[in-house]
Design a protein around this ligand. Sequence first.
Ligand SMILES: Cc1ncc(COP(=O)(O)O)c(C=O)c1O
Length: 416
Amino acid sequence: MLTDFKRIRELEQTFGSPFYLFDVNKLRTNYEKMNNAFKSKYSNFIIGYSYKTNYLPFLCKELANLGAYAEVVSRLEYDLAMKIGVTPTKIIFNGPLKTYQDIEMALNNGSILNIDSLYEINLLKKYCEVNKGKQVRIGIRLNFDLSHHGEDALQEGYEVSRFGVCTSNGDLDTAVEQLNQIKNITIIGVHGHFSTKERKVETYKNITNVLCSIAKQYFPETIEYVDIGGGFYGELPESFNIDSPSFDDYANAVCTMMNQEFADLDRKPYLIIEPGISMVANVFTFIAKVIETKKMRNKHFVLIDGSVHNIKPTMHKRNLPMRIVKKDLESTSSGTYNIVGYTCMEKDYLANDVNGLLPVVNDYILFENVGAYTIVFNPPFIKERPCIIAVDQNEYFVVRKKESFKEFFNEELYIF
Ligand SMILES: Cc1ncc(COP(=O)(O)O)c(C=O)c1O
């Protein structure tokens, strides 16, 4: 962790403030830990990194070099995977929205394609008619009830997930029937991603169990992969105070189930996971500079040159783990303060009611654990996007430059 004031100031003076810092080695460690946990228990194992969580090209390339597949949910992400040199057979194309051209591209390239809805069957029909001589292999995302003793498992209190093909209302049977009528299609995979509140081991046991049962019931001769999606806890900062399962805990539950369910098969299907948050959240830090401190009535406000959009675009109220790097430790008093951002929105709070030494102008504030759903998710709002600096073996280098006015208001896009 970067805590040296002089070093941060050097980086700031070279690359501008605020900036993100990307710890490449931590990313490698996350990948290795996850891979070892599962692979040691079930050898046919694939990690498909969920691009949407953070599709910084340098990061995606690093993961591809480590052996990760690319899990993409749009043509934009697909094209990025191709651009950085991912082998097309190592791209998993998921997502609720696919055009005929998307499907054509994925199948022509031999990528893994999981359909999410019945409408995609018509697109597949068309593709198979055009490509009569070709054996087309696809997977299906399944939707089933994860509630336990009447308690909903999904995030945000949703009772029913909107993704995939429903296994309980006849849609799966319809889909299989329609797909079976297309001569040159084989269903080789089942997929089931769920974003759950508690990310419990038990939930993954359940997901794996349902997917394996359906695979054995519907596709016993052709099943090649069981894809249980993402949604796992990664290593959490201590300040979150959550007793989260480890990668080993998840792997034990899932791999035991896979080994049991496919005990009698010589060629066991691949187990695929699609981690996002658990792979990248703890590899990014956001570093901003204190511009002003002021008191409004009895409250201290610390204005920095970043915004809540940079660190938590969903604007949740929980404070992220953070560190203040001060030039001069002796110069301040203590108190309770809010850290607020550069936008003109009242709700631009990066941290609420923080207790401790009051920051002063030119101090730096480091917000940790900001690698997931941040840089992909913040609108270019009021200011250009900041620089991203990678650190690897004590070497610092730019992996995304600070955006300029010309790039922000791209003349090829905007009419002036
Ligand atoms: C299909 C799919 N796979 C994987 C993920 C990654 O989930 P997480 O970032 O929670 O690991 C998502 C996220 O929504 C998803 O929709």
